[in-house]
Ligand binder design. Sequence first.
Ligand SMILES: *Cc1c(COP(=O)(O)O)cnc(C)c1O
Length: 410
Amino acid sequence: MVVKINENYLKLKSSYLFVEVARRESEFVKNNPEADVIKMGIGDVTKPLVPAVIEAFKDAVDEMGNAETFMGYGPEQGYDFLAEAIIKNDYEKYGISLETSEVFISDGAKCDTGNIQEIFGIDNKIAVTDPVYTVYVDTNVMAGRTGEMEDGMYDGLTYLKCNAENGFVPALPEEDVDIIYLCYPNNPTGTTLNKDQLKVFIDYAKENKAIILFDAAYEAFINEDNVPHSIYEIEGAKEVAIEFKSFSKTAGFTGTRCAYTVVPKELIGYDSEGNEVEINPLWNRRQTTKFNGVSYPVQRAAEATYSEEGKKQIKEIVDYYMANAKVIRESLTDLGLEVYGGVSSPYIWVKAPNNMDSWAFFDLLLNEANVIGTPGSGFGPSGEGYLRLTAFNTLENTKEAMDRISKLDI
Ligand SMILES: *Cc1c(COP(=O)(O)O)cnc(C)c1O
């Protein structure tokens, strides 16, 4: 006998994208040591936690040092004080009612969107958008729901193309699928779905007894009236959708770690005999068995994002990033480039001019403007010919980068 590995891991392609971006950047810097390179590929926030959050965070740390207020193991699903604040501020505001037992607090939307597939059968047919946040794909590869990768796509997965031709609105899958991952506002394209466009997917899920896994990590950046802040704003969505949200991009928690997942009681799946089974207890069982909750001070810090000051301070930061997004969008549009996203998202998706491919456009911007983006082809075959720029740099750098690009002959 020998130990056998999970061979599904061998199907995974190395994350070539960011490694290759870093390699080309360091080679450029080596050859041009005096160049001032501006990074517009940053997929992380850059502003620190706001004062209201820091204050609550510190107070909670002090509580941990006092025998009377010390907190040990908490509920795996998170403390009620945070679940209640989430329901009140992120849902009741939009006319959605939830119970605290439908909100599962966690240490990240990456973990939750990656782990959720465990509670679903191995023979479900999965659909993702193309381009895509790779976590959805890779976790299904690891679980064994796919074959090998060919031409940038895994055998057995359904890819829903999003490109300029369809206005970045994916068409419904042509074959029957059971689980559809959607991320809106979208990473990487920065585009959104309005309520009617999202309702098409809800209707599909109802008709086909399918489930939608809805990643709303960028909800805080929404600036358009008809774009839903929660999938549950659409009638009937509670019966067919799980929603993921995160404090990471909203409130700068990328290094602090707090997120949540909503699994409504109405949501059902089916056993092999076709009997209805509630999904909420399955996720509850998964979390209570494999996860031990988010630390108490972090949950208090997350709660503070909903205080009056917290909300105001966070909005200022979101507005700062979105002002950068506007600068990028408008400067590149003025240059005659095709630009998408950046209205309700910190991501701007730029079509490379003159039929250049993603890497050629990346090299042009790096060599001629000393600006770094992220090649769209790294997010899937439909990303070819696009480049992602982000609004997470400073306003000064963003303006400087746009100035330099404006001087290029493109
Ligand atoms: C950043 C991001 C998240 C958030 O992940 P955390 O683990 O909560 O930091 C989730 N989904 C997408 C698409 C993201 O880009």
